[in-house]
Structure formats: C-alpha cells, structure tokens
Ligand binder design. Structure first.
Ligand code: SAM
Length: 171
C-alpha cells in the first residue's frame, strides 16, 4: 500500500484543538503515516506523540507547515476532501494505487487554490458534515480498513472484547 499523508488546513489552536486532535488520531488509526497541520501548535504535537509513544507505530505529526510547501515537496497524488467534490465511489478507482497520496482536510473556508491544485476534489456524500468523518470514511474506503487491528508494537495493546476492557501491557 502506498504512503498516506494528511494535510490539515485552517487549524486555529484556540478553537480547533479537539477536532484537529481527532483528525490526527483517526488518520493514524486508519492507516496514514503522518499528519501536517498548517498552524504551529506544540501542545497538539505533544498529545499525538504521547499516543504514539503508548500505542506504537511510526505515525508522525508536524505543525506549522503551509499546505503549499507540503504539496510542493510531495511526489504523489493530492486529494482534497470537500462536499463540493466528485463522488467518492466514482473517484476511488481513478486514484493510482502505486502512488503516495496526500489528503487535504479543511476547517471553515478553504482557499480556491486548494481546489485548483488538488488532483482530485472528492466528496464523501454531498451534505456538509465534518473533516473527521470525511477522512475516516475516505480512509476506510481507500484502505479497506487494513490497519484497524494491525499490531503496532506499542507499549499497550487493546484486545477486542465482548464486554469490559482488555489491555495488554507490553513493557
Ligand atoms: N464547505 C465545506 C466543504 O467544502 O466540504 C464544509 C466545511 S466542513 C466544516 C470542514 C471540512 O470537512 C471540509 O473542508 C472538508 O474537508 C470536510 N467535509 C465536510 N463535509 C464533507 C463532505 N460531504 N465530503 C467531503 N469532505 C467534507
């Protein structure tokens, strides 16, 4: 599977901390390898690094990265998620599987340049909802959910359980 990167734009540390945290955590859980966030937010970086530290994997976060710089240095397919985009089911088969992808997820107003630069503007339904749900559904459709129960070699492993909580301490 190709590498998946997420570019979160429009992040306002004072208002969006929780949503952007969930964008990053959902991305990690669903198979992305990294997230960039356009506004510098050291606190957000610490939260995500703490999860990686405990639950494992190689997921990285970098904040203070302009989307223009992220796409300039990226040799892959740029996907922008927007309710105005083309249908998910029709777009997915057109994305080359041998290329890395960078997925841009917005907050409120997304600049017109993003729509122009994206190789694909893709909608997850034509109703407004959320960058978290749009990303999660897109990633599930793109990866088939391959990473949902993958072993990440973390200090802690949560074992699926009919009831209650089973957490293995691997330290
Ligand atoms: N007008 C925005 C749009 O273009 O989708 C909705 C803003 S919404 C608060 C923030 C982000 O959620 C958007 O930038 C987009 O990434 C994502 N989003 C919301 N609804 C979506 C949908 N139906 N399909 C794909 N992405 C969506």
């Amino acid at each position: 599977m190709s590498e998946i990167r997420i570019m979160r734009i429009g992040h306002r540390p004072s208002r969006d901390k929780r949503v952007t945290t969930h964008v990053a955590l959902s991305s990690r859980a669903l198979g992305a390898s990294s997230v960039y966030v356009d506004t510098k937010d050291p606190e957000l970086e610490e939260v995500i690094k703490g999860v990686v530290e405990r639950f494992g994997g190689d997921f990285t976060i970098k904040t203070g990265v302009k989307w223009q710089d992220a796409v300039k240095d990226f040799d892959g397919i740029v996907v922008h998620l927007t309710m105005y985009g083309q249908r998910l089911d029709e777009s997915l088969p057109k994305i080359p599987v041998d290329k890395d992808i960078m997925i841009i997820a917005g907050a409120e107003k997304v600049p017109a340049e993003v729509y122009q630069r994206a190789d694909f503007n893709i909608s997850v339904g034509n109703q407004p909802h959320s960058e978290i749900s749009a990303l999660a559904i897109f990633l599930y459709a793109y990866t088939g959910g391959d990473s949902l129960y993958s072993d990440r070699g973390g200090k802690m492993t949560v074992v699926p359980n009919e009831r209650g909580k089973t957490v293995v301490d691997n330290t």
